[in-house]
Design a protein around this ligand. Structure first.
Ligand SMILES: Cc1ncc(COP(=O)(O)O)c(C=O)c1O
Length: 498
C-alpha cells in the first residue's frame, strides 16, 4: 500500500499500479547477486552430479497453489535456487550425452536476458531486433551454402523447422491452392518419402498437415542405416502407378539413432529427376557443413529446396531456437502470409519493416536471434566448426575405447558423434541383456556419473551416447567406459538385472 501511495505521488489521486519495482536499487543489488551466482553455477558444473532425483519435498513445492499476494523477490530467488537450480535436466554438464541436446553457453544466456529486457516482438516491424533476426537467418544461409535470395525463419526448434519446410513442400506440390481449398481437394493423394530412421517429428508433421501418417513412406535403409536409393526409386514408381502423387523426399543429415547421413547428392539428383521437393532434416548434422574436417559428409545439402537446422544443438544456443531455410522465398511467403487489416504495412514508421510472421505459423515471436548472434560474434564461426569436429573425433575415440574393452561391444560403428554400444553380459540374450543395460543406464544417471539414453538399432537394444557437448573431455569418455564396466559387473554379481 505504501508503494501504491508513493507511486501515486499526490495524496488523493488513485494510485496506478505497475510491475516495475518501487526501489530499483534493491533489484539492481539482487540482480548482481543472481549474475554472480549464475557465473559460479556454470563454472562449477563439472563438480556437480549430472542429474539427481528430486526429494519428495521438492516435488511438493511444485504443488503449491496459485499465489494470491506479494512476496519479496529475494525470497522467491531463494526458492528457485533451492528447488529449481539444484535439480536441472543436466544437459549443460560435460557428461550429459542423452538423446540429442546442445550444452548451452553463458553468452547465449546473456543474450536471452537482454532479449527479454528489450522485450521486442519479432512478429516483425521496423526495429533493430527484426533486422538482427533476418541477419541470423542470412548467416544460416551462408553456413548451408544457400543463395542470398533464399528465405528462412527462426522457430522454436527442429520439429517446427521441419513442419514449416514440409508445409511449403505440400503447398507447392499439391497441384491446387491448398490454403483455399484444403487437402481434401487434392486430386491425387500426396506421398512423402524418408528413411525408416526418420525422426518422429515428421510423423507429427504429416498428421498436422492433414496428409496422415501413411502418406509418409518409410524407405528401408542399407547396412549403414542410410536411405536405400534404389528402394526409394521403386517406391516412387509404384506410387505413381497406383495413382498417388509423389511430392517430397526427406533426406536426413544425421539420424537420431546413429547419426547416419543419407547420400544427399544422390537424393538431390533423384528429386530433380522425379520432380520432387527435396527437404533435408539437418537438425543433427546440417551444421557439419561448417566443420573443416567433416563438411564432406553433408555434401549435397546445398541443393535442397528446404533445410531444417537446429542452433540449439550444435551451436549450443540456449533453448529454444531452430531455423528453417527455403530456397524459393516466394513459395515460403505465399505458404504463410496473411495481411489482416490490423497488420497492414505503412510507408514509414514502426510498421514499415518486414512482417516476419509471414514466414511461419506464429504471429508473436520471441527475440531468439540475439543469443545466437552474440555467441557467433564472440567466438567466430571457425571455432564452432572446430567444436563440431572435436565432438565427431570424440565419438570415434569412444568407439575405439569400447572396441578395446572386452566386456563392451559396439552395436553400430560410429558415424559422427553418436555411439551405440552395450555391455555384453556373455550368455545373456534378448530381454535379459536389455534389462542389464537399462539398469546400467539408470545407475549411471542415479549416481550422477553420466546421462546416456537407449535405443534399438538393427533390432538390438543398446546404450546411446550423443556427444553434442562443448564441455566433454577425453577423460570423461575414459570414465564412462570404466564406470559402465564397473556397474555391469556389479549388477551381474548381485543378480539385479534378472
Ligand atoms: C534428426 C532430428 N530431427 C528433428 C529433431 C527435433 O528437433 P527439436 O528437438 O529441436 O524439435 C531432432 C531432435 O533431436 C532430431 O534428432
Amino acid at each position: 500500500m505504501d508503494a501504491m501511495l508513493k507511486a501515486a505521488g499526490t495524496a488523493g489521486m488513485v494510485a496506478e499500479e505497475t510491475l516495475d519495482p518501487v526501489d530499483w536499487a534493491d533489484v539492481q543489488a539482487l540482480s548482481h547477486r543472481i549474475v554472480d551466482d549464475a557465473v559460479d553455477y556454470l563454472r562449477d558444473v563439472r563438480e556437480r552430479p549430472v542429474w539427481q532425483e528430486m526429494p519428495a519435498e521438492v516435488r511438493e513445492f511444485f504443488a503449491a497453489p496459485l499465489p494470491q499476494s506479494a512476496q519479496p523477490l529475494a525470497q522467491i530467488y531463494g526458492e528457485v535456487v533451492e528447488n529449481v537450480m539444484a535439480y536441472p535436466m543436466g544437459n549443460i554438464h560435460p557428461r550429459f550425452w542423452s538423446w540429442y541436446m546442445g550444452s548451452s553457453n553463458f553468452t547465449g544466456a546473456l543474450g536471452d536476458f537482454l532479449a527479454a529486457i528489450q522485450g521486442s516482438n519479432l512478429g516483425g516491424g521496423n526495429h533493430a531486433a527484426a533486422l538482427m533476426d533476418s541477419q541470423v537467418v542470412d548467416w544460416c544461409k551462408q553456413m548451408m551454402g544457400f543463395p542470398p535470395s533464399a528465405s528462412g525463419t527462426l522457430v522454436s526448434g527442429g520439429s517446427m523447422a521441419n513442419i514449416i519446410g514440409l508445409t511449403v513442400a505440400r503447398n507447392v506440390k499439391a497441384g491446387i491452392d491448398v490454403r483455399e481449398h484444403g487437402v481434401a481437394a487434392i486430386d491425387k493423394p500426396l506421398r512423402f518419402y524418408g528413411s525408416d530412421q526418420l525422426h518422429s517429428c515428421h510423423r507429427k508433421a504429416m498428421e498436422a498437415l492433414g496428409l496422415g501418417n501413411r502418406a509418409l513412406r518409410r524407405i528401408p535403409t542399407d547396412a549403414g542405416l542410410r536411405i536405400d536409393i534404389d528402394a526409394l526409386r521403386s517406391a516412387i514408381a509404384d506410387d505413381r502407378q497406383a495413382g498417388f502423387r509423389p511430392a517430397c523426399v526427406i533426406g536426413t543429415a544425421g539420424t537420431v539413432n546413429t547419426g547416419a547421413i543419407d547420400d544427399l547428392q544422390a537424393l538431390a539428383r533423384l528429386a530433380a529427376q522425379e520432380d520432387l521437393w527435396f527437404h533435408v532434416d539437418g537438425c543433427i548434422g546440417a551444421l557439419i557443413a561448417i566443420a573443416p574436417e567433416n563438411s564432406h559428409r553433408v555434401a549435397g545439402i546445398e541443393h535442397a529446396h528446404s533445410i531444417a537446422l537446429d542452433p540449439h544443438k550444435w551451436l549450443h544456443a540456449p533453448f529454444e531456437v531452430g531455423c528453417v531455410l527455403i530456397r524459393d522465398a516466394a513459395a515460403h511467403r505465399s505458404t504463410f502470409a496473411v495481411t489482416p487489416e490490423y497488420l497492414e504495412s505503412t510507408p514509414r514508421g514502426l510498421a514499415s519493416g518486414q512482417w516476419l510472421h509471414d514466414f511461419g505459423l506464429q504471429t508473436s515471436r520471441g527475440f531468439r536471434a540475439l543469443k545466437v548472434w552474440m555467441a557467433l560474434k564472440q567466438h567466430g564461426i571457425e571455432k564452432f566448426g572446430r567444436l563440431i569436429d572435436q565432438n565427431i573425433a570424440q565419438g570415434h575415440m569412444l568407439g575405439t575405447l569400447i572396441e578395446a574393452e572386452p566386456l563392451l561391444e559396439l552395436v553400430a560403428p560410429p558415424n559422427i558423434n553418436i555411439v551405440c554400444f552395450r555391455y555384453r553380459g556373455d550368455g545373456l540374450t534378448g530381454e535379459r541383456q536389455k534389462a542389464l543395460n537399462t539398469e546400467i543406464m539408470l545407475r549411471l544417471q542415479e549416481e550422477g556419473i553420466a546421462a546416456l539414453s537407449d535405443t534399438t538399432v538393427h533390432g538390438q537394444h543398446c546404450l546411446r551416447v550423443a556427444i553434442n557437448n562443448h564441455r566433454t573431455r577425453r577423460d570423461d569418455l575414459d570414465l564412462l567406459v570404466r564406470e559402465t564396466v564397473r556397474l555391469g559387473q556389479e549388477i551381474l554379481k548381485s543378480g539385479a538385472a534378472r
